[in-house]
Design a protein around this ligand. Structure first.
Ligand SMILES: [Zn+2]
Length: 138
């Protein structure tokens, strides 16, 4: 233990000698204090930036939620047809292809207007899409 302490003192003595004097050490401490001050200021700037970004993030989330609410749709699958109602359908039920979501209508056979790429259809007997919308109710 004492041997270790002697080595430490010797090391400090050597260190002080290598760096010349206590003034050099003092200058280094001042330099470190300046660096610490600069880092504290930078940290404050980053905190302010973070707070601004968090406020902006919250505003963006609120706007996203407002847009989601504005564009929300109620969707039902009835007799294999997709019915939707939302602001874009004036709040009324409208029929859509369940495969590609294009609007559909008809009586007996309801088929997608894009028969080339989609090809979806369904048989609904003597009923029409308007009849099915009435069955859906409000
Ligand atoms: Zn389709």
């Amino acid at each position: 233990m004492m041997n270790w302490l002697k080595k430490m003192f010797g090391w400090f003595e050597k260190l002080i000698n290598e760096h010349g004097s206590a003034k050099i050490l003092e200058a280094r401490l001042v330099q470190k204090d300046d660096e610490i001050s600069a880092l504290r200021m930078k940290n404050q700037d980053l905190q302010l930036t973070l707070e601004k970004e968090q406020i902006q993030h919250q505003k963006t989330r609120d706007e996203l939620q407002r847009l989601r609410n504005e564009h929300s749709e109620e969707i039902r699958i009835y007799k294999e047809i997709e019915f939707r109602r939302s602001k874009r359908t004036d709040g009324k039920w409208a029929a859509f292809c369940p495969k590609c979501h294009l609007p559909v209508s008809g009586r007996g056979v309801v088929q997608c207007k894009d028969q080339k790429r989609c090809g979806w259809f369904v048989l609904i007997g003597k009923l029409s899409t308007d009849d099915l919308i009435k069955e859906l109710g409000s």
